[in-house]
Design a protein around this ligand. Structure first.
Ligand SMILES: Cc1ncc(COP(=O)(O)O)c(C=O)c1O
Length: 456
């Protein structure tokens, strides 16, 4: 292998660019043929390596068609934003740098960019300005890290050092979550020894928001977990309860995987009222900010508890510098994730981010209104960027989702909502335009007409 194989690197970059250009001209889902061709990867372990250039060509030939075009303009599945060009470009450069982001001494540039991005994020998002920010993989790890800090703080106030003593024999703490809490929050609780099922679940309203009138009594042993952005409806928990919860001594955490970004929009900021009073927040840059994957964010008001939970000792681990990145995340060695986020924020600015979040919410409202006018049932109140629709019976809804996925103009995923099968429309790609919405609407309405649903 060449030390610097420019030909392979250039070939890969060119193929990536071709992929990005072609993505709008193909069906969103991979074809049957492309899926069958993935069998090409099932090779035996090579004794002697293949040529690197041929390896990239092979990857492109069989891999690119086998992708889901979720980076395209008409992908509305899950809550998957695309990747904006500047973040991708910064990611490529940072990959060439190959920095180990764990320590300041292994990557001064990463430590500096993390500090700056931390400051920008606390100004942009509805969080406490003095917070510490850790750059983790996604919200599963952001929830895990934030709740590790919560566990540490609550138990410290009960004279128990959980990092040193563990949970056996520890004072009891109570975890209060909404009925609609995301599964990753439960997984985080399980990984932290707090138990997936040892929680008090508060019922939710018709849009999946926690019923604050049904909260149990809160005190200094309570971890209260709110949600900003229900994964189905986009519903945002009401933050006006936070002041009361804090006065009662509870630790308030907000899982704002995508919904926290509503606070960066002039149009939607009111939905995040009270959020900056919480103690910790989890969010992703890979969802609504459209940064490549591996860009979760854990945000903790009293950063010392995040660092207490995440720190470790090692005589060889240099502790110099203003920021020691590994003290903010579960990992020691990792890539310099903050760089992609920094690039997005720097190139969009506050106004660009305001526009991205506002525009996608307005588009979701537009889709919901047009669909409703056409006689299609919209199951949720469109608070943010999510629309839930149903086409008559559960079987028919399932069938139409499959038809639309195969037809390929757009891509939607299905879900269960309040006992019904629903189709989820998540508008979260910065590239989606009004003409895309029209194409999308036409394809949905055509599928509904074919199924003889009565349309106005
Ligand atoms: C509310 C909420 N929490 C957590 C997650 C998990 O995030 P990740 O996939 O980044 O781990 C999601 C994913 O959609 C979510 O919507």
């Amino acid at each position: 292998m060449n030390y610097l194989d420019k030909q392979t690197l250039l070939s890969s970059a060119m193929k990536a660019l071709d992929y990005l250009v072609d993505i709008e001209n193909r069906k969103v889902a991979p074809s049957e043929e492309a899926l069958l061709n993935l069998k090409a990867f099932e090779e035996s372990l090579p004794d002697y390596g293949y040529d690197p250039l041929q390896t990239i060509e092979f990857l492109n030939q069989f891999g690119s068609p086998g992708t889901m075009a979720s980076n395209g303009r008409r992908y509305y599945g899950f809550v998957i934003g695309g990747s904006n060009s500047v973040s991708m470009a910064a990611n490529w450069l940072a990959t060439a740098w190959d920095q180990n982001a764990g320590l300041g001494i292994t990557s001064p540039v990463n430590a500096t960019i993390e500090s700056v991005t931390e400051r920008w994020l606390t100004e942009l998002l509805p969080v406490a300005k003095e917070s510490s920010v850790g750059f983790v993989t996604g919200v599963t790890m952001a929830n895990f890290s934030a709740l590790a800090a919560a566990r540490s703080a609550l138990l410290q106030s009960l004279d128990w050092d959980v990092e040193s003593l563990g949970l056996y024999g520890a004072p009891r703490i109570n975890v209060v979550i909404g009925e609609e809490a995301h599964g990753s929050l439960l997984k985080a609780l399980g990984m932290l020894g707090l138990g997936r099922d040892r929680v008090i679940r508060v019922p939710s309203d018709s849009n999946g928001r926690m019923r604050m009138d049904l909260l149990p009594p809160l005190n200094h042993r309570t971890m209260l977990c709110l949600q900003a952005g229900n994964v189905n409806t986009g519903g945002m928990d009401d933050g006006s309860i936070i002041r009361h919860a804090k006065e009662a001594g509870a630790w308030v955490h907000i899982d704002g995987a995508f919904g926290l970004w509503a606070g960066a929009s002039d149009y939607k900021r009111h939905l995040t009222y009270g959020y900056p009073l919480a103690d910790s927040w989890a969010t992703d840059a890979h969802k609504w900010l459209n940064v490549p994957y591996d860009s979760g964010l854990v945000i903790v008001r009293q950063g010392e508890f995040l660092r207490k939970a995440m720190s470790m000792k090692g005589d060889y681990l240099d502790q110099s510098g203003d920021r020691i990145p590994y003290q903010f995340t579960p990992e020691l060695s990792r890539r310099a994730r903050a760089i992609d986020i920094w690039a997005a924020i720097r190139s969009l600015g506050k106004e660009g981010i305001n526009d991205l979040i506002t525009r996608t919410c307005v588009y979701a409202e537009y889709l919901a209104d047009r669909l409703q006018e056409a006689g299609i049932e919209v199951l949720n109140k469109v608070e943010t960027n999510q629309v839930l629709i149903a086409f008559g019976s559960d079987q028919e809804t399932e069938r139409i989702i499959r038809v639309l996925q195969q037809e390929g103009t757009s891509w939607f995923s299905g879900t269960q909502w309040k006992g019904r099968t629903a189709m989820r429309i998540s508008v979260s790609n910065y590239k989606t335009t009004e003409s895309d919405l029209k194409l999308t609407l036409d394809s949905i309405l055509l599928a509904a007409r074919k199924s003889e649903l009565i349309l106005r």
